[in-house]
Design a protein around this ligand. Structure first.
Ligand code: NAD
Length: 280
């Protein structure tokens, strides 16, 4: 059971809601929570993929349900909370705001405004909606947790990723704010900030031009398996950690930027000149 250091319901495993559970990190979260004995409501904008994850869990003896939910819509997330109440055997005590998309490959000024709105609508507003709807329920209950899937992009400021960086910076700031607001309530917040994870994010998103091919090559070479990422994250959440940076490069970027901000900014500028010459 999760949360040995955290106030928990008297008995039983977690009752979780996972957004974007049809693929990648969300699917891995749902499978791992079920493997640890939890009950999971798998939600995704693509209901078929959410159902496939739920079926995989039930086929191996776990407890799971599936529903469609577009996290960019507040009404859909409110409906998700109502469905969680009726479908899960016990009140929700773990919410994983994971659904997201990848956008990149163009600089600020050339990135279409529609891409900005699409990215912020899902990656930032999706997390805002999840926190807005579920945080009060968990706070009233007096136990539970929220895991927001942010990214190393929350703080790395890598060039040609404007909308994604802004969306993930917001998700991290929201997680930090919520962690402070919920301190002492029995509800714990964790922000997951990975670098590359082997998922379908490139195929499902809008990473354009040469950046898309480079992303695939880097993902193949350096991407971490989502199963490892979620295991580390659930363990860290159990320990009460706010930040989870599963890979060495995620931790190095975090430290370098804080210790040497000027050098870091010079470095990202150099990367941009390299990127402008080779990727556009
Ligand atoms: N893969 C990486 O390298 C990486 C790195 C850092 C952070 N992340 C973050 O991890 C999260 C999961 O992405 P992933 O890598 O597993 O990608 P993925 O494409 O494999 O999975 C994302 C899932 O989210 C769903 N989704 C998309 N829009 C949605 C919406 N509006 N409402 C509900 N569901 C929606 C998709 O249908 C898909 O099933 C995202 O927030 C992403 O930004 C990924």
């Amino acid at each position: 059971m999760f949360g040995s250091r955290l106030p928990q319901k008297p008995a039983g495993a977690v009752s979780a809601v996972v957004t974007g559970a049809g693929s990648g990190i969300g699917r891995a979260f749902a499978l791992e929570i079920a493997r640890r004995g939890g009950a999971v409501l798998c939600s995704d904008i693509d209901e078929t993929s959410a159902q496939a994850t739920a079926d995989e869990i039930t086929a191996s003896g776990g407890r799971a349900w599936a529903t469609a939910c577009d996290v960019s819509k507040l009404s859909a997330v409110q409906k998700l909370a109502t469905q969680a109440e009726s479908l899960l055997p016990e009140p929700v005590d773990l919410v994983i705001n994971n659904a997201g998309i990848g956008v990149g490959g163009t600089p600020v000024g050339e990135t279409p405004i529609t891409d900005w709105k699409w990215t912020l609508g899902i990656n930032l507003w999706g997390v805002i909606h999840g926190c807005h709807v579920f945080a009060p329920l968990l706070k009233k209950q007096g136990y539970g947790g929220i895991i927001n899937v942010a990214s190393t992009a929350s703080y790395s400021a890598a060039p040609l990723m404007g909308p994604y960086n802004v969306s993930k910076a917001g998700a991290l700031a929201l997680s930090e704010t919520l962690a402070a607001e919920l301190a002492g309530t029995g509800v714990h917040v964790t922000a997951l900030c990975p670098t590359l994870v082997k998922t379908n994010i490139n195929a499902n998103g809008r990473i354009v031009g040469k950046s898309s091919k480079l992303f695939d090559r880097l993902m193949d070479r350096f991407g971490m398996a989502p199963e490892n990422v979620v295991r580390m994250t659930l363990d860290a959440h159990q320990r009460g950690d706010l930040y989870v940076m599963p890979q060495f490069d995620a931790r190095m970027i975090w430290r370098t930027k804080r210790l040497f901000p000027r050098t870091y900014a010079l470095g990202t500028g150099m990367i941009n000149r390299f990127a402008a010459a080779r990727l556009q």
